[in-house]
Design a protein around this ligand. Structure first.
Ligand code: NDP
Length: 289
């Protein structure tokens, strides 16, 4: 409790999933929050729920003026800016590299990478004014390996990690720390946006995500928004005062490697097929002899 007492945060993508979980945790820890999103109805409800501690502002992170406006709105509402969680995002363009167009590529990079760069850019003067701050960017496990997301998404998320390092190097002397979180599979609305996916289908997709998580990682369940919120609290608070320029995987161990590395059943299957190959080879040798 109170680890963010007196601090003011801007959180983008604040009305759903990881952003919403982080608003809830930050408020519980004493922060005041400027919640930025494009879901205005949910934003109004969020501000009403945390009356006085959360102010909602429409902010489309594809729009530079909206990003600048959100930082200023935090200062106007609460008098300062200490923390920025650059988190808004979506799956972006689904095209493979063979199908890619310039427009599809630019859309993903603008949504997932340019938005983060501009968030940092417009937080700087406000953070300098209070002697420093902490910026946390949402990257992804998709930025660390191929195949965990569409190619334009994965490349943008990889670039978010490098942006994090470069910005941390430039801003350390101003007392501004910059870190990133790489979530693995987190149960949120990102896979089932309400306006496009009917409720029944959304339930099916979430069930299959649970199964996927079971098969994809040592901690056999999907992550929850609060798992990422707690990592964000670490970076936002003084607990990480000596940490900057780093990217933290919060993924249930998905990155550790192939399934047989951690699943005894998969290891047994692999062993069985190795044994079969060896027996076939020995039988062939015996026949030749
Ligand atoms: P959600 O869809 O639950 O939340 C994202 C929020 O951002 C939504 O409210 C969404 O609105 C909003 N948003 C989308 N586009 C914009 C925009 N242009 N400007 C402002 N807000 C926007 O998804 P998550 O919580 O899962 O995603 C949060 C971040 O986490 C994203 O950056 C995502 O890439 C990243 N991530 C998520 C993972 C996961 O497994 N869930 C894994 C790795 C990374 P709307 O619903 O209208 O689009």
């Amino acid at each position: 409790m109170d680890r963010l007492k007196g601090r003011v945060a801007v959180i983008t993508g604040a009305c759903s999933g990881i952003g919403l979980g982080t608003v809830e945790l930050f408020v519980a820890e004493g922060a005041r929050v400027l919640a930025a999103d494009i879901q205005d109805d949910k934003g109004a409800a969020l501000a009403a729920r945390f009356d006085g501690q959360v102010v909602y502002r429409h902010c489309d992170v594809l729009q530079e003026a909206d990003i600048e406006g959100a930082m200023q709105a935090a200062v106007d509402a609460f008098g300062r800016l200490d923390i920025l969680f650059n988190n808004a995002g979506a799956g972006g363009s689904p095209e493979t590299i063979a199908e890619m167009t310039g427009a599809a590529w630019d859309f993903s990079q603008d949504l997932l990478l340019r938005s983060v760069a501009l968030g940092i850019r417009y937080a700087i003067p406000h953070m300098k004014a209070v002697g420093g701050g902490s910026i946390v960017n949402t990257a992804s496990i998709a930025g660390t390996q191929a195949g965990a997301g569409p190619i334009a998404y994965s490349v943008a998320k990889a670039a978010v990690m490098h942006l994090t390092r470069c910005a941390a190097a430039e801003l350390g002397r101003d007392g501004i720390r910059v870190n990133a979180i790489c979530p693995g599979l987190i149960l949120t609305e990102i896979f089932t946006p309400a306006e496009r996916v009917p409720e029944g289908l959304a339930r099916m997709i979430k069930d299959s995500m649970r199964q996927n998580a079971h098969n994809a990682q040592p901690i056999a369940k999907p992550g929850l928004p609060e798992d990422i919120a707690r990592a964000c609290l670490f970076f936002a608070s003084d607990d990480s005062a000596f940490v900057t320029g780093t990217s933290l995987l919060v993924d249930g161990g998905m990155h550790t490697g192939a399934r047989h590395a951690w699943d005894p059943e998969a290891r047994a299957e692999r062993q069985k097929s190795a044994d079969e190959r060896r027996m076939a080879w020995e039988a062939a040798q015996a026949e030749d002899a």
